[in-house]
Structure formats: C-alpha cells, structure tokens
Design a protein around this ligand. Structure first.
Ligand code: IYR
Length: 223
C-alpha cells in the first residue's frame, strides 16, 4: 500500500500554531512537566473513574510497532485486590532489599525507598501495565508483536503525563519479581506485567526527595 491509495486519509486534527505561539506552548508544556514529581505519599481521597478512563485513552493514543497496540491496563480500585497486591509486593521487596547488591541499594538510598509499601493500599487506584508479548487472533493463533518494550514504554509515559496533566500524582512501582500480578489479576499467558502505576491525590503532607534534573546541555546535543 502506498500513501496515495485507499486506506489512507488526510491527516486529521493537525493544528499549526503561529511560530511565537508554538514556542510559548513548548515552553509551557515543558514547565508543566517539570512540576511533575514522584511521591510515595498518597491520600485515600477517591478519584473519579472518568478521569482515569481519560488518562488511559491518552495512554492508548501512543504510537506502537506496526500499530499493534501491545498493551493492557488493569485498573485496581478494589480494596481486597489492592491488599493482595501490597502483600505480594512487600514479600517480593523484602527479599529484594535483603539480597540486592550493595551498589544498587546505595543508588536507591537518596530516594528513601524500602520494602514497606503502604501506598499500594492507600492510593485509590493501582494501574497495572501489561505488555502483550504476542497477540492472539480470533482463532487463538499467535500474532507477532514488534517493539513491545518501546511501545509499552511510550504508552506508559503518555499515561504518566496525562495523570499529571489531570492534577493527580503517580508513582511507578516495579515489584521485583512481579509475576504475581499475572496470577492476582488473572491475565493471559501472552501478557507480561511491566509495572504498577500508583495514582491518586497526594497526601496533605506528601514529601519527595530533594532531587534536581539534568540540564538540557547534559541530556541533548545538537549537531
Ligand atoms: N523495586 C524496589 C526497588 C527500587 C528499584 C529502583 I531502580 C527504584 O528506582 C526504586 C525502587 C522498590 O520498589 O522498592
């Protein structure tokens, strides 16, 4: 198929901003994302399900290998399920913190993390991100998925940006190992758990480590 053939359509929804407006928008967006912080301190205050749905629609707009959209998001709001996930994650993390290499633990020290994960129960929603290693056709036949890690990473980035944009905070959590999520959330064998995105309002006394970000000159070069 070439792009002049049927099956293609004119670029929908594209908006060109005047140059000055483009610059101002790019600055404002960067400044808004720079305000995003990861905190482990969540309020139990409920969040409207409609907000989470919109943020997941934003995540699902991500580009993906061959447009196969190899992701699935399980939104866990049920307190009993959150408790099971917390208990399993804390078991896994207790082992991690007891056995992780010293340099890894040293790298984590400034973040103040430990095996204690009360936020997995406090926050109103845990969004479990699953990567579909392959797809399943109507008759159960396997369909190869391409660039799965990249695609799911981009979608999860969109999700984090959307949650921030909506005014929520989020914490990415990668319990190690996290195979228990497949069992607890009853996901099929073609899916692999990638991470938990814990989200909600911040606690009134939420704290974050005093971190700085690399300046532009360190993260980018122009040739
Ligand atoms: N999974 C553990 C440890 C951990 C690892 C990294 I790399 C972090 O940036 C943060 C934590 C935990 O969640 O505590």
């Amino acid at each position: 198929m070439s792009d002049g053939e049927p099956g293609f359509e004119p670029l929908p929804g594209y908006v060109e901003y005047p140059a000055a407006e483009m610059e101002a928008r790019s600055r404002a967006f960067a400044a808004d994302l720079q305000r995003r912080r990861t905190t482990r301190h969540f309020s139990a205050r409920p969040v409207a399900r409609a907000v989470i749905e919109s943020c997941l629609e934003a995540a699902g707009s991500a580009p993906s290998g061959a447009h196969l959209q190899p992701w699935h998001f399980v939104v866990v709001g049920d307190p009993a399920l959150k408790r099971r996930i917390r208990e399993a994650a804390e078991r896994a993390e207790a082992e991690f913190y007891a056995t992780a290499p010293a340099d890894w633990l040293a790298a984590l020290a400034p973040l103040g993390t430990d095996a204690h994960k009360p936020h997995l129960e406090t926050a109103p929603y845990l969004i479990a991100v699953f990567a579909q290693r392959y797809g399943l056709g109507a008759n159960g036949e396997r369909r190869t998925h391409y660039y799965v890690n990249e695609s799911v990473g981009i979608a999860t980035g969109f999700l984090l940006a959307a949650l921030h944009h909506a005014g929520l905070v989020a914490l990415t959590h990668t319990p190690s190992p996290m195979g228990f999520l497949t069992d607890v959330l009853e996901r099929p064998a073609n899916e692999r758990p990638v991470m938990l995105v814990v989200t909600g309002y911040p606690a009134a006394d939420a704290r974050v480590p005093a971190l700085t970000r690399k300046p532009l000159s360190e993260i980018a070069s122009f040739r």
